[in-house]
Ligand binder design. Structure first.
Ligand code: AMP
Length: 593
């Protein structure tokens, strides 16, 4: 039960005595040794959370619930859109498998602080490998399974893992894609040689023999049969995982997450933001290779004693509905891209009837209001947006359903108000104006990046700081309203300057997306001899052929909505938009096309 009823009371509590606020939040976690301080400055200029505390994240996510009598409750439900398999693991079964695989890793010589790189799709084994690393104090580095060999090699060299865990194949739609070639290519290209390679053999396409230069080749399921090991306490500030940014925020960087701050922030968020408690079922459509998959596909629901539903592939509206109904999902966390897939797949116009579902949360990229409205009609439930970064690990701004009198914040499609410990301010551009880059005051709250992994060590995230070192740069552009709600306009480098006036691509996209013939769109800037820059709209139509008048109608809508000065003339119809591997629209690629 949270001690605050209103948003203001919660903000007041964290502002008045942040140490007390966070030490109280830390009591949600089972510590081996309780922390003596909440936030402490580090010698390198960054900060640590919960110094003096020792804990084990796997114990908090799994063993603790078995000990509390939840052994038979489902912990993890996995569905593959490719193979149509569904697996359901109770907390007791998850504990057995994780403890066994942790024993297997230890037998391979993996110990505290060693990195284990996991290149596997969203599978039960991926989650087991993550938790097994946490159990023995090793650091997991999950890498999206769809990367080419060169990208995998780059990450191998960045984190120099002792062991690789790789699935024998991944799926593109329903087609199995063997991982062997990628693995061999990566091992040949990387300077670092891991000591061993563990293969998750999948029936659709087993990997026949030892790949490349890895000295040892082990079977995942055989290793799971190793003698189980107990959770090992680690220091709160010890790294739990490294996760590379997707590239939305520049060149990939290895974000380091600690154990203590991560456990505290995520368990608080479950109650405060998502209003989910023990026994509730949380369904995250994100791949485990991304931060949302880490935080809300694995750790947060399990830390909270709930059930987590995860999926391999991109589920249709029918599959999402079936999974929600079959597992009494209370909270669905998804992305605009996933909602577009559901809408395009001809989801039932009358929507679905999911009595257990309370709310749908959306994050990851700009969500146009037309799409959110469609989702509200489809689910007959509140659909809310919130703002995230890989770096922050949980939402910077959100709507707080755990506060009984939180009240509305901003417009229904906005990203909400700051989560506790996040204090944003807008740095207006040199030429003035209301919007600007959103900066966050330091220290960042628990759960955010403990630093960057660089040249074999944890470094302070200097590249994210303002020149005076006082603020964290989000590189996102927005506005803050009087009630504290944040209005997001997109990445700073997506802002278009037309004859000295600033307009974000997102502002234009919002209007373009409202045209009934538009399925998806991206607006980027091109240089203009007269006005410096002008926008160009790339549009994926809802259906081909496109009506001849459509481009003119879109130009007209934007002129009416924002003013003719915006100067949109070019509307280009395309079959699809380029996306990052995590499915977000890559505006930068279009801008240089
Ligand atoms: P990533 O670290 O790859 O998840 O990307 C983080 C970036 O995604 C943020 O800096 C934003 O630019 C964007 N983003 C995340 N959530 C939202 C949201 N709700 N609305 C708009 N953009 C978002």
């Amino acid at each position: 039960m949270l001690p605050w009823k209103t948003y203001d009371a919660m903000r007041q509590a964290v502002a008045t005595d942040p140490e007390e606020f966070w030490l109280a939040a830390a009591r949600r976690i089972a510590w081996e040794q309780a922390p003596v301080a909440a936030c402490r400055a580090r010698a390198d200029g960054w900060h640590d959370w919960f110094a003096g505390g020792t804990l084990n994240s796997c114990h908090n996510a799994v063993d603790r619930h078995v000990a509390a009598g939840r052994g038979e409750q489902p912990a993890l439900v996995w569905h593959s859109c490719a193979t149509q398999e569904t697996t359901r693991l109770s907390y007791a079964a998850l504990q057995r498998r994780v403890a066994g695989f942790a024993g297997g890793l230890r037998a391979l010589g993996v110990g505290k602080g060693d990195r284990v790189l996991i290149a596997a799709p969203c599978m039960v084994e991926t989650a087991i490998a993550m938790l097994a690393c946490a159990r023995i104090g090793a650091v997991h580095v999950v890498v999206f399974a769809g990367y080419a060999a060169a990208e995998l090699a780059r990450r191998i060299d960045d984190v120099t893992p002792k062991i690789l865990v790789v699935a024998s194949c991944r799926f593109q739609g329903r087609t199995a894609v063997p991982m062997r070639e990628t693995l061999e290519g990566a091992l040949a290209a990387a300077a670092h040689v891991p000591e061993g390679c563990v293969i998750v053999q999948r029936a659709a396409c087993p990997m026949p023999a030892a790949p490349g230069r890895a000295q040892d080749f082990h079977d995942f399921h055989a290793l799971e049969q190793s003698p189980p090991v107990a959770p090992v306490p680690v220091r709160a500030e010890d790294p739990l995982y490294i996760l590379h940014t997707s590239g939305t925020t520049g060149a990939p960087k290895g974000i380091v997450r600690d154990n203590g701050g991560h456990a505290v922030a995520l368990s608080l968020s479950m109650e405060l933001i998502y209003d989910c408690g023990p026994g509730d079922c949380f369904f995250t459509t994100s791949d485990l290779g991304w931060v949302v998959g880490h935080s809300y596909g694995v750790y947060a629901p399990l830390l909270g004693g709930g059930t987590s539903v995860i999926v391999e592939g991109c589920p249709s509206a029918q599959v999402v509905g079936r999974l929600c109904a079959a597992h009494d999902v209370t909270c669905l966390f998804t992305t605009p891209t996933q909602l577009r897939v559901m809408r395009q797949g001809g989801a039932d116009a009358a929507g679905c009837d999911l009595p257990a579902l309370k709310r749908v949360f959306v994050a990851g990229e700009y969500a146009d209001p037309t799409l959110l409205d469609w989702a509200r009609r489809h689910f007959h439930r509140p659909v809310v947006n919130h703002w995230w970064q890989t770096e922050t690990g949980w939402s910077i701004t959100a709507h707080f359903f755990g506060l009984p009198e939180a009240g509305p914040a901003g417009m229904p499609n906005d990203i909400g108000r700051p989560a506790p410990g996040f204090s944003p301010m807008v740095r207006p551009p040199a030429e003035g104006g209301g919007s600007g880059e959103i900066l966050l005051a330091l220290p960042l709250p628990p759960g955010c990046l403990a630093g960057i992994w660089k040249e074999g060590a944890l470094r302070p995230p200097s590249a994210y700081l303002t020149g005076d070192g006082a603020w964290y740069r989000t590189f996102d552009e927005g506005l803050i309203a009087d009630d504290g709600s944040v209005h997001m306009l997109g990445r700073s480098d997506d802002v278009i300057k037309v004859a000295g006036r600033r307009v974000s691509g997102v502002q234009i996209e919002k209007i373009v997306a409202g045209h009934g013939d538009v399925h998806a769109c991206a607006v980027v800037s091109v240089s203009d001899g007269l006005r410096g820059q002008r926008p160009v709209a790339y549009v994926v139509p809802a259906a081909w052929p496109v009506r001849a008048e459509c481009a003119g109608e879109i130009v007209e809508r934007v002129g009416r909505g924002l003013g003719r000065w915006v100067g949109l003339k070019d509307v280009l119809f395309v079959k699809q938009l380029p996306t990052t591997v995590s499915g977000k629209i890559m505006r930068r690629t279009l801008a240089t096309a």
